[in-house]
Ligand binder design. Structure first.
Ligand SMILES: C[S@@+](CC[C@H](N)C(=O)[O-])C[C@H]1O[C@@H](n2cnc3c(N)ncnc32)[C@H](O)[C@@H]1O
Length: 189
């Protein structure tokens, strides 16, 4: 990532106006996190959600904030300022490198459409989570006018096909965001 690309990404992702459509408080509430839980934030970027997730699980909980882009992870780390229950994880493109069996939920927000080989990534992710863990994926609807160009999006149906192949099944869906789907998955039996 060039310095110019990094600056552009930070400008977009940390823009306070983003709250209008991203509804971060409602989104985090809908995750239904409990205090004391260990969770993974996959593709944390510069940390728009990271401190909010850290607050939701509380000081006895933990957030593993994963991103494969070192410069972005550095920004996230600097923005944490005193937040103690977050571990930045430099993941790989094909593997989040989470501590095995530890995270009760993995949250992906605006990430899956950035992944190359997302299906393989999901299989690695599932293998690193305990059986009862939830995976939540939030990404762009196919039809909304706002957001990335349509050809760069991952339609809901395509994500669900990849998820099924990774051994996940859809257990819930929340219609709380104007431009994005919100899918909750668990390991298939
Ligand atoms: C649009 S940003 C979203 C950041 C954050 N989730 C948010 O909503 O503000 C997408 C992030 O996904 C990361 N990413 C891309 N491929 C990834 C992968 N294989 N594993 C984890 N993160 C990835 C990128 O480096 C980038 O920081």
């Amino acid at each position: 990532m060039t310095p110019k690309e990094l600056a552009g990404a930070l400008q977009r992702q940390l823009n306070p106006r983003r709250a209008r459509w991203q509804r971060p408080a409602a989104l985090v509430r809908a995750l239904g996190l409990r205090r004391g839980q260990a969770i993974a934030e996959i593709g944390c970027g510069p940390g728009y959600f990271t401190p909010r997730l850290a607050r939701a699980v509380g000081p006895s909980g933990h957030v593993y904030a994963v991103d494969p882009e070192p410069a972005v992870l550095d920004v996230m780390r600097r923005r944490l300022r005193g937040v103690r229950n977050v571990t930045p994880v430099l993941g790989r493109d094909d593997d989040p490198l989470l501590p095995r069996g530890r995270c009760e939920a993995a949250v992906l927000i605006n990430v899956y459409h950035h992944m190359h080989g997302g299906a393989r990534f999901l299989r690695r992710l599932v293998a690193e989570l305990p059986r009862h863990a939830r995976v939540v994926n939030v990404d762009w609807n196919e039809t909304t006018e706002f957001g990335p160009p349509p050809k760069r999006r991952v339609p809901r149906a395509r994500f669900l096909r990849d998820a099924r192949r990774a051994g996940l099944r859809l257990v819930a869906e929340r219609a709380i965001l104007p431009h994005q789907y919100f899918l909750v998955l668990r390991r298939a039996r």
